[in-house]
Design a binder for this molecule. Structure first.
Ligand code: CMX
Length: 139
């Protein structure tokens, strides 16, 4: 079902400062930056081989990333797993009794389809499923 790690999400207080740090120390380069309004988050993707690191900064003090940093500090926020058919994957996972945050697939960065599993069901780790190169536009 899972193809590979699509990306690892890192919650940061200041996106530009974090990107500068990773560029200066590790020589990593940003490929895309985007604001996801409905999730109150500004993100930047830094590719490494077949995977990426996604840096997330909250655009609002009541956003999920701001709340996460307030509670736990900056750090790894989620692991995103690439799947071929997210609707099918979500159905199989639901059937196995895993608790979901998203009952339905929603739109992520670059028109990907995404869905989060509940960390209470996955060892305290927030898992995101991602399907890329979707044919239909999620809006
Ligand atoms: N790691 C571990 N546990 C987490 C967590 C995380 N990153 N985020 C939330 N939780 C825990 C919460 O503490 C909470 O636990 P309790 O029930 O014990 O309080 C539980 O999971 C539910 O969290 P919540 O915030 O109350 O639930 P919501 O449904 O409001 O939101 C979530 C859940 C994960 C979607 C939201 O917190 C979040 O992180 N949103 C940002 C998502 C994001 O990264 N967007 C960018 C995606 C772009 C892309 O990749 O395409």
């Amino acid at each position: 079902m899972v193809k590979n790690i699509d990306h690892i999400g890192v919650a940061v207080k200041n996106l530009d400062e974090s990107l500068k740090l990773y560029a200066d120390i590790l020589g990593l380069e940003v490929i895309s930056k985007e604001v996801v309004k409905e999730q109150k988050v500004k993100v930047a993707f830094v590719p490494i081989g077949d995977s990426e690191i996604e840096f997330l900064e909250s655009t609002d003090c009541d956003g999920a990333i701001a709340k996460y940093i307030e509670k736990r500090g900056e750090g790894i926020h989620h692991i995103a797993l690439k799947v071929e058919n997210i609707e099918k994957a979500l159905e199989l996972i639901r059937e196995k009794g895993i608790r979901l945050i998203d009952e339905k697939v929603r739109c992520g960065v670059n028109k990907a389809k995404i869905a989060f599993l509940h960390p209470k069901s996955t060892n305290g780790v927030l898992i995101e499923l991602v399907e890329r190169n979707c044919k239909e536009d999620m809006g």
